[in-house]
Design a protein around this ligand. Structure first.
Ligand SMILES: C[S@@+](CC[C@H](N)C(=O)[O-])C[C@H]1O[C@@H](n2cnc3c(N)ncnc32)[C@H](O)[C@@H]1O
Length: 337
């Protein structure tokens, strides 16, 4: 009998989107037949070949590499791996593209095609607006924060444990902190610390109630604001948990620059998320989550080298990854002392 843990259950939910992407790229875009025409293909070349968005092409290559259907080559290009050559392209002796076509007209697969072609995120649910526009609706914001809170309940203690080893911290700013579950776990793991959660004005009532329900209103504040603006000073650790995967590299650069400006010398920046491995060939659960983020937000999951490339020029040093639990990790960087 398989026993699923919370990370597996969340992974199962996230993977529904990845299966839709697999079917769409095999049937609508015949991706392996096209890739087999070339020795090696980069995400940019794939986007030109299939006339799709480059972010979508990048996320697709990572997911197919994580499935073992593509091989990642030194330098980052890919080539078709044996199982795909055998079963998923025009000259395959057993051509399972026919089988994939039996589910290819599902709305989810059509939605993937649309996002890949336009580069625009799909509605959060099957219709309506995308998630960030819906965050101004109180009912949607509350249900979204409840989802983040549930996930944070099993992820945040492990983050607290990992961050308790990084040295002296006194004031934590949890940016895009939603219910405040991470801020609460961190103040409990780091004795003597206090925290503030910065999130959209439509979210912070939920944040305050959640913090009060945990009995931590004396140590954790909630601030309604906009993380795209200037960040408050007076905090020596900035946490972005599950935030950067919603945004493109340019926005992440803005967040990191705002943090660099607001942190004191020696201040710590933490990005808690599902990160891809350094070659962007997996792991599978992270690659599946990246597909969901690509389809529903302006973002995707990032690798440590991709984030180091953004943080280094801003001035952050010692960028490194610390695994937490259930496929999550904390990317930690420091403003020079
Ligand atoms: C995916 S959730 C992550 C929540 C939480 N940190 C976690 O790890 O579960 C992203 C959060 O960013 C917040 N957010 C989005 N845009 C924002 C903005 N411009 N300013 C402040 N918060 C924002 C959302 O309201 C949401 O709570």
């Amino acid at each position: 009998m398989t026993v699923l843990g919370p990370g597996d259950i969340v992974g199962l939910v996230n993977s529904t989107y990845a299966t839709d992407l697999f079917v769409a790229v095999v049937t609508e875009f015949d991706i392996f037949t096209r890739l087999a025409e070339r020795e090696a293909t980069t995400a940019r070349q794939l986007s030109e070949m299939l006339e799709i968005d480059e972010r979508g092409a990048d996320v697709t290559l990572t997911y197919l590499a994580a499935l073992g259907l593509l091989e990642r080559l030194p330098g980052g290009a890919v080539r078709v791996a044996e199982p795909a050559a055998r079963y998923l392209q025009a000259d395959s002796s057993i051509d399972l593209r026919h089988y994939a076509r039996t589910v290819s007209t599902r709305p989810g697969c059509r939605e993937v095609g649309q996002v890949l072609r336009t580069g625009q995120p799909a509605p959060w649910e099957s219709d309506g607006d995308d998630w960030i526009n819906r965050m101004s609706e109180k009912e949607f914001a509350d249900s979204f924060a409840a989802a983040m809170n549930a996930r944070g309940a099993y992820l945040s203690p492990a983050l607290g444990e990992v961050l308790s080893a990084i040295g002296v911290v006194s004031r934590i700013l949890d940016i895009g902190g939603s219910s405040g579950i991470y801020a609460c776990s961190l103040v409990q793991a780091l004795p003597g610390t206090t925290a503030a959660v910065l999130d959209l004005p439509s979210v912070v009532d939920f944040t305050r109630e959640s913090i009060a329900a945990r009995g931590l209103s004396d140590r954790v504040d909630a601030i309604g604001g906009d993380m795209f603006g200037e960040l408050p000073s007076g905090f020596d650790l900035h946490l972005y948990s599950n935030v950067w995967h919603d945004w493109d590299a340019e926005s992440i650069g803005k967040f990191a620059a705002a943090s660099f400006a607001a942190l004191p010398p020696g201040g710590v920046l933490v990005d808690h998320d599902m990160h891809l491995d350094d070659t962007k060939s997996g792991p599978l659960r992270q690659a599946e989550f990246s597909v969901r983020m690509m389809l529903k937000t302006a973002g995707k999951c990032y690798s440590t080298p991709e984030l180091a490339e953004i943080l280094g020029p801003i001035g952050f040093e010692d960028v490194h990854l610390r695994p937490t639990t259930a496929g999550y990790s904390a990317l930690v960087a420091r403003k020079p002392a």
